[in-house]
Write a protein that binds this ligand. Structure first.
Ligand SMILES: Nc1nc2c(c(=O)[nH]1)N=C([C@H](O)[C@H](O)COP(=O)(O)OP(=O)(O)OP(=O)(O)O)CN2
Ligand code: ZN
Length: 121
């Protein structure tokens, strides 16, 4: 048995994208609302009864969110082309530094279009 703790946050950001379909509109600067979910998994520590204190996760997310919210994603260092896949990877790398093997899943969605990407251990 393992316990899964999740927290969800959103960010609004702009980007361009080089694609083989919808070439011209994708190359124009446009924006999306992104919803991201981070899941940590493990066993609660005996003393605290927590896998991780959710207050700690909330602070880590706030720092990360400042790097993405109201940004032009093409200019975010280390992201690469601003796809859902690369956003998952970017968030994963930031959270793995803090939570190591407890990091279980990162999901990024664009609900307006029904798009989602999930990165799992
Ligand atoms: N594998 C991926 N494919 C695409 C991604 C992605 O992140 N991973 N992203 C995009 C775009 O960001 C794109 O703007 C969405 O385009 P599209 O699916 O054509 O939908 P709309 O332009 O209609 O989206 P709106 O939300 O309505 O603007 C494309 N592919
Ligand atoms: Zn887009």
């Amino acid at each position: 048995m393992k316990y899964e703790l999740s927290q969800t946050f959103y960010f609004e950001a702009a980007h361009t994208l080089r694609r083989n379909v919808d070439v011209e509109p994708s190359l124009r600067i446009h924006g999306h609302t992104y919803i991201a979910q981070i899941t940590l998994a493990g066993q609660p520590e005996a003393g605290s009864g927590m896998v991780v204190d959710l207050g700690h996760l909330r602070r880590a997310i706030e720092t990360l969110r400042r790097e993405l919210d109201h940004r032009f994603l093409d200019e975010v260092a280390g992201l690469g082309p601003a796809t859902l896949e690369n956003l998952c990877g970017y968030i994963w790398r930031a959270m793995e530094l803090l939570y190591a093997a407890k990091l279980d899943c990162v999901e990024v969605r664009r609900e307006a279009s029904g798009d989602a990407c999930r990165l799992r251990r």
